[in-house]
Design a protein around this ligand. Sequence first.
Ligand code: SAM
Length: 216
Amino acid sequence: MKKLLSYIWPTTRRFYSEINGTLEVTYVNGKKVLDTENANYSYGSLQKILEFGLTKVDLKSVENLLLLGMGGGSIIHSLRNTFEYSNNIVALEIDPEIIKLAKEEFGIITSEKLQIIEGDAFQFLKTSKEKFQLIIIDLFIDLTVPPVFYEKEFCENIANALQNEGSFLFNVGINLEKNSKTLETLTSHFGKGFDLQILQKVNGTNTLIIGQKLVQ
Ligand SMILES: C[S@@+](CC[C@H](N)C(=O)[O-])C[C@H]1O[C@@H](n2cnc3c(N)ncnc32)[C@H](O)[C@@H]1O
């Protein structure tokens, strides 16, 4: 009934998180989405943006995938249902309230092929010895990517965690200009070891960088 009514009146429930502020779960047009005060986090435009990025990546050779910024898990849903990816996923999420909502509202739970780790993506990459064939980087607090994820150390750790010929898909921000300092800096941090593609205005708003690690 709630689902049916949502075609006429979207219904919203609000939760409070110390990390992300107000979180909203809204039933709109028969679908549940997760938003913050100003941004869609999961199961709305954000999911479409990452799905577009995934169409540019070869998933066939991926056995171990790292997702930094699990949110409500919409891209996990897409990977399993739209892209038929059935191999391992390690998902990092810093906010326990979001992990709870992912489980209770969206059915995203730990399983044999999905490890959910509550923790900071930056620290995780600093210490992890695991190798991945694909890393999806989708780290936001509301509309902003925390600046530490534009730094050289983070980019070097991404490179170290990737196998040769592995790829990353980095959602680098909203409304970034083509010649912005952020894009220039990121491109230079990844350096010559990567084949980089920059996708601008994905879904009208976001910039994605796709990088494939060259054989060294
Ligand atoms: C846009 S949402 C991710 C949406 C998700 N990829 C999906 O497919 O539904 C961004 C997430 O990054 C998380 N985040 C922000 N900073 C983080 C950090 N330092 N370490 C881990 N997660 C972080 C936020 O808590 C938020 O859940």
